[in-house]
Design a protein around this ligand. Structure first.
Ligand code: PLP
Length: 368
């Protein structure tokens, strides 16, 4: 009998990794720590996985967004359109540049409702930053024409959607650039912070390689003022070990989500979000809508299930963004979600017994 369904699977993920430890030992002997060969290998493999020409390693997903925006000319006072219900890092990257986030409400796919976007575009808009939240994708089929029409660069925050797709085209391969995170909690993760930027643009690739490394053209020449934001080569060794598993990780999450969907959808009180057939959703988070959500959350936690809410207070209403002047009710769908959403563990290490226990516990709650 299982009495605990944990959220974090990290202790399991690297349990059986003797070959990785060997790779790390061999790597340490080379001393090739800064922009080393394993990093270049990892960048190539990642670009291939994502169907893009280039991937540029940086030190976090946040910096992936920030450097991409910066390279496209976003600076102080410029407006960047993004989602009202994202993780703080999306908005943090905008604010770090002195730019102003302009929020758009989401729909039931947890991504921005693209039909609301055109109204927010004005002469100050310098980038569009769709967030492919929870493993869904923003409907890029509608975002791309707006970028073209108004000549505004598009940077995708794909941190939660590695291998997500619409009509077979991958997250991070639609816009000018895509931002990915290798944070331990992400679907493809390393042992510390890390991130990557994807692009098909030759010039952007060159500019980003400069920006991440102090703007150094060579040891003695500073072409532009940049950042110290290299992806650690040590972490790239970890990335090289894990990257062959990325497709299996996504597929396992997809099959887990299918199992949950089938069994949870028949429970009165639970509503499954839309699953459009032309989307490949990779379930960084598995979220459903629940009646009496707080009661269910408590009941699950009391029964040893680490269910969570992503997030109880949407970013646009956080204390840290008070200066933007938004208030409760400005983004009604995000607000409604905050009351109804619940996340269950859905990762590649979750067992069928654990999922059955989650389903049984949810059933029990609504029978009470
Ligand atoms: C994780 C995440 C980021 C940033 O990633 P870090 O690597 O932690 O800096 C950005 N956006 C979203 C939506 C994320 O989930």
């Amino acid at each position: 009998m299982i009495n605990k369904v944990r959220y974090s699977y990290l202790p399991q993920q690297f349990e059986d990794a003797d070959d990785l430890w060997n790779n790390l030992k061999e790597f340490v002997k080379t001393g090739d720590f800064t922009l080393g060969k394993p990093l270049l290998e990892f960048e190539e493999k990642f670009a291939e996985l994502m169907d893009v020409k280039y991937a540029i390693g940086v030190n976090s997903g946040t910096d992936a967004i920030k450097l991409a925006l910066k390279a496209k000319g976003v600076g102080v006072g410029d407006e960047v359109i993004t989602a009202a219900n994202t993780f703080v890092a999306t908005v943090g990257a905008i604010c770090e540049l002195g730019a102003v986030p302009v929020f758009i409400d989401c729909d039931d796919t947890f991504c921005m409702n693209v039909d609301l976007m055109e109204d927010k575009i004005n002469e100050k808009t310098k980038a569009i930053l769709p967030v492919h939240f929870t493993g869904y994708m923003t409907d890029m089929r509608k975002v791309m024409p707006l970028g073209d029409k108004y000549k505004i660069p598009i940077i995708e925050d794909a941190c939660q959607s590695i291998l997500g797709e619409i009509e077979g085209k991958k997250a991070g391969s639609w816009g000018d650039a895509g931002a990915f995170s290798l944070h331990p909690l992400k679907n493809l993760n390393v042992w510390s912070d890390g991130g990557l930027i994807t692009t098909n643009d030759d010039q952007l690739n060159k500019d980003l390689r400069l920006l991440r490394n102090h703007g150094l053209v060579d040891r003695d020449t500073i072409g532009v003022m940049g950042y110290n934001s290299r992806l650690d080569t040590f972490q790239a060794v970890v990335g090289n070990w894990l990257i062959p598993q990325t497709k299996d990780i996504a597929n396992k999450r997809i099959s887990n989500a299918k199992f949950y969907d089938e069994n949870l959808s028949v429970i009165p009180g639970i509503k499954i979000p839309p699953r459009p057939v032309d989307y490949k959703i990779v379930y960084h988070l598995y979220i459903v809508f629940a009646e009496d959500r707080d009661g269910l959350l408590q009941y699950c936690q009391d029964h040893g299930i680490e269910a969570k809410v992503h997030y109880p207070v949407p970013i646009y209403r956080q204390e840290g963004l008070k200066h933007l002047g938004y208030k409760l009710g400005d983004f009604p769908v995000s607000d409604e979600h905050a009351q109804k959403i619940i996340s269950f563990p859905c990762d590649q290490h979750l067992s069928n017994e654990e999922m059955k226990y989650v389903i049984k516990t949810v059933e029990e709650y609504y029978k009470k």
